[in-house]
Design a protein around this ligand. Structure first.
Ligand SMILES: O=P(O)(O)OC[C@H]1O[C@H](OP(=O)(O)OP(=O)(O)O)[C@H](O)[C@@H]1O
Ligand SMILES: O=c1cc[nH]c(=O)[nH]1
Ligand SMILES: [Mg+2]
Length: 215
C-alpha cells in the first residue's frame, strides 16, 4: 500500500486544507486541492506501470524514449470523485474513462451502510490496468461494490484503488473482499470510523464540500 503523507511534500499542505474547517468551506479551493492530489497520486501510480522503449526524432537527432506500454483506464465514482478524477485525467491524458454512480444510503437508526449503485458507463476492461478513483475510503463498501459491478464489463488485469483519505476498517474490508490483483494508493491513512461510518479525523463529507448537500 502506498501512503503519500508518509513523506514530507507540498501534498501535505493540500491535504491539510481539505481537512481544515477554517479553509475547506471554500468550494473552489476544496475541489482544486482534490484535483492537485489526484495529479500527484497519478504520478506515483505511473511509476508502477509498464513502459516500452521506442525511437522518436527531435529537430536535432533520433533518440530513444520510454513511454507507457498501454494506457490505464480511469474510473470515476460519482459524485465526490469528479475533481480528484480530473487530476488523474490531467496526468493520464490519453486514457479512456468510465463512470459509476454510487452513494452511501445512510438511514437514521441503522448503522449499517448500504451502497446504491445506479449508473455505470465504461469501456471494455478485459486485461486492462484500471484505476478506480474515489477520494474517501471509509467502510470500503463503495469501492468493493464498484469493482463487483465493473466486472460485468470485463475482468481487468489489475485494479489500482486510489483515494485521498482511508480508514483502516475500509482497507481491511477491501483486502477481505477483492479476489483479483489490486494495489492501494492513498494520501493518508486515518485513525478509524465513527459510529456514523465517517472517517476520523477525516474531512467530513467530500461530496457535500465539493458540491453542496444532496437530497
Ligand atoms: O467507503 P464507503 O463507506 O463506501 O464511503 C465512501 C463513499 O462515500 C462518499 O460518497 P457518498 O456516498 O457520500 O456519495 P457522494 O459522492 O454523492 O457524496 C465517497 O465519495 C465514497 O464514494
Ligand atoms: O468520512 C467520510 C465517509 C464517507 N464519505 C465521505 O465523504 N466522508
Ligand atoms: Mg457524500
Amino acid at each position: 500500500m502506498f501512503i503519500l503523507n508518509k513523506n514530507n511534500s507540498i501534498a501535505n499542505q493540500f491535504l491539510s486544507e481539505l481537512r481544515d474547517i477554517k479553509v475547506h468551506k471554500d468550494r473552489l479551493r476544496f475541489r482544486k486541492n482534490l484535483e492537485r492530489l489526484g495529479e500527484i497520486l497519478a504520478y506515483e501510480v505511473s511509476k508502477s506501470l509498464d513502459y516500452k522503449e521506442s525511437e522518436i526524432e527531435t529537430p536535432l537527432q533520433k533518440t530513444k524514449v520510454n513511454t507507457l506500454k498501454t494506457q490505464p483506464i480511469l474510473i470515476s465514482v460519482l459524485r465526490a470523485a469528479v475533481p480528484f478524477y480530473q487530476g488523474f485525467s490531467n496526468i493520464f491524458d490519453h486514457s479512456d474513462s468510465g463512470f459509476i454512480g454510487a452513494y452511501r444510503v445512510e438511514e437514521s437508526g441503522n448503522e449499517e451502510i448500504n451502497i446504491s449503485l445506479q449508473y455505470q458507463a465504461t469501456p471494455d476492461l478485459t486485461d486492462k490496468e484500471v484505476i478506480l478513483i474515489d477520494p474517501m475510503l471509509a467502510t470500503g463498501k463503495s469501492f468493493v461494490k464498484s469493482v463487483e459491478n465493473l466486472l460485468k464489463n470485463g475482468r481487468p488485469k489489475k485494479i489500482h484503488i486510489a483515494a485521498v483519505i482511508a480508514a483502516p476498517e475500509g482497507i481491511n474490508y477491501i483486502k477481505n473482499n477483492l479476489d483479483l490483483p489490486f494495489s492501494i494508493w492513498i494520501c493518508a491513512l486515518d485513525e478509524k470510523l465513527n459510529s456514523a461510518s465517517y472517517i476520523v479525523p477525516g474531512l467530513g463529507d467530500a461530496g457535500d464540500l465539493a458540491y453542496g448537500s444532496k437530497l
